[in-house]
Design a protein around this ligand. Structure first.
Ligand code: C2O
Ligand code: CU
Length: 463
């Protein structure tokens, strides 16, 4: 059975205190709200530990929840008060190219002390998030992320509460400060930087008081650099109603839920535990199950559970059309520890693994560890594109496409739900398809941040 114990710090980690930076805020005359990346403090660990020095949006982790209606416009003046350049990527939103936040591709990285205006329309309702796209493997591990919630303008389910739960794992030293070693090539060539302290909304013991038979919308976001969460509910029952922001055509009964880095799941859950009892979201780890979110049940909201929910209203994502006629690209993921790759193209020439690792590259896409000069495929606007992905490595990867949602093509001819991030197990082959209707250059990369920085990244062009 599952052990519901509190996680302890592992003792094997070097104590390396994270640097604290506190540059003064500057008053802005412009009316556009400011979102500042800066240093802050957070109570990640239990009370008998010190607070943790973090980097956060507005100095907070998670950053402020940005909630807007579908069809609305997000406008934020991004100010960078970090000691390194940064950007904001608005993950999962079908966004105009210039606002996608990819340095060197859609904008220049925002230097320390500088600003960038993000201003874009929100076409789809759902659970999205924002994070930097420059040195994400360090900046996100230090706490830079927040939720972008686009609300349905009609047809939202009846709930007693709507909660955003941002799941993360932190690598903390024994003084509860963020451990250094962000560029550790052992992490990069293996599963990525895994933490030793799991939090929900930066709280190691997240809890809420609820009542029996109350219904809650839980918007789960996996913000971890590399951890794949395997979740289960106890004392609450319900449905998955959306994945990666996009409504499911039919709510699916909530069972075990796998959430890879960057993936989201919207749940509708009813508290079925007894008055005076507890309900949990449990994360299954190698050494047992941990309650990462606790719901304390006090009183009763109603005599019985509410009835089965309707699907959420769909977002206007075009149908795939004639799959058989669609052009297809091959994408082979290679490299990493225990893999077969011995060399790949780096800096324009064939390079052995050892030399690659010395330069921080340990993965490749189609034999290429550099960002390729040419796109994986160049699509006409509105064309349906298929991508056949082969994970020829010994590790799972969470492949994320910018600017679009795709469907997995299943062998029996069915199509999977709309997603923006797909988990491929070691050795797994998966084909996805999407309508390339968003003009621009769009990244396709592993969202295990050490893997993408280590070479598992390519891009597509939509004319
Ligand atoms: Cu969530 Cu390319 O990123
Ligand atoms: Cu990966």
């Amino acid at each position: 059975m599952i052990r519901l114990t509190r996680r302890h710090f592992t003792t094997s980690l070097l104590a390396t205190g994270a640097a604290g930076f506190g540059l003064p805020d500057r008053a802005l005359s412009d009316a556009t709200p400011v979102l500042t990346a800066r240093a802050g403090m957070a109570r990640l660990a239990p009370r008998d530990y010190p607070e943790t020095a973090i980097w956060g949006f507005d100095g907070l982790v998670p950053g402020p929840i940005l909630r807007l209606p579908k069809g609305g416009r997000l406008q934020r003046r991004f100010r960078n008060d970090l000691p390194q350049a940064s950007t904001i990527h608005w993950h999962g939103i079908r966004i105009v190219k210039a606002m996608d936040g990819v340095p060197g591709m859609t904008q220049d990285a925002v230097a320390p002390g500088s600003e960038f205006l993000y201003d874009f329309a929100l076409p789809d309702a759902g659970t999205y998030w924002y994070h930097p796209h420059n040195r994400g493997w360090e900046q996100m591990a230090r706490g830079l992320y927040g939720a972008l919630i686009v609300e349905e303008t009609s047809g939202a389910p009846e709930v007693d509460s709507d909660e955003v739960l941002m799941l993360d794992d932190w690598r903390l030293a024994e003084d509860a400060q963020i451990a250094g070693g962000f560029g550790d090539m052992h992490d990069w060539a293996h599963a990525g930087r895994l933490g030793n302290w799991i939090t929900v909304n930066a709280d190691g013991a997240w809890s809420r008081q609820v009542s029996k038979n109350s219904r809650h919308r839980l918007r789960l976001v996996n913000t971890a650099n590399a951890r794949i969460f395997s979740l289960e509910a106890q004392g609450l029952e319900g449905w998955v109603i959306a994945l990666d922001g996009m409504p499911l055509e039919q709510p699916q009964p909530l069972e075990q839920l796998i959430l890879a880095p960057a993936q989201r799941a919207d749940l509708l859950v009813d508290i079925t535990a007894q008055d005076g009892g507890e309900a949990f979201l449990v994360s299954h780890e190698r050494d047992g199950g941990y309650a990462i979110a606790t719901f304390n049940v006090a009183g009763s909201a109603r005599a019985d559970r509410l009835t089965e929910p309707h699907p959420l209203p769909p977002n206007a994502v075009p149908d795939l059309g004639d799959i058989a006629q669609a052009r297809s690209a091959q994408l082979r993921m290679e490299g990493g520890a225990m893999g077969r790759m011995t060399e790949a193209v780096m800096d324009g020439r064939m390079t052995g693994m050892r030399e690659m690792a010395g330069a921080g590259k340990v993965w490749a896409v189609n034999g290429m560890a550099d960002m390729p000069d040419r796109p994986l495929i160049a699509a006409a606007r509105g064309e349906t594109i298929r991508i056949a992905m082969t994970n020829d490595t010994a590790w799972p990867h969470a492949m994320h496409l910018h600017g679009h949602h795709f469907r997995r093509l299943v062998k029996d001819g069915t199509q999977g739900p709309l997603r923006d991030t797909l988990l491929l197990d070691r050795g797994e082959v998966a084909e996805i398809a999407f309508v390339a209707d968003n003009p621009g250059d769009w990244l396709l990369h592993c969202h295990m941040l050490e893997h993408s920085a280590g070479g598992m990244m390519t891009w597509l062009r939509v004319a």
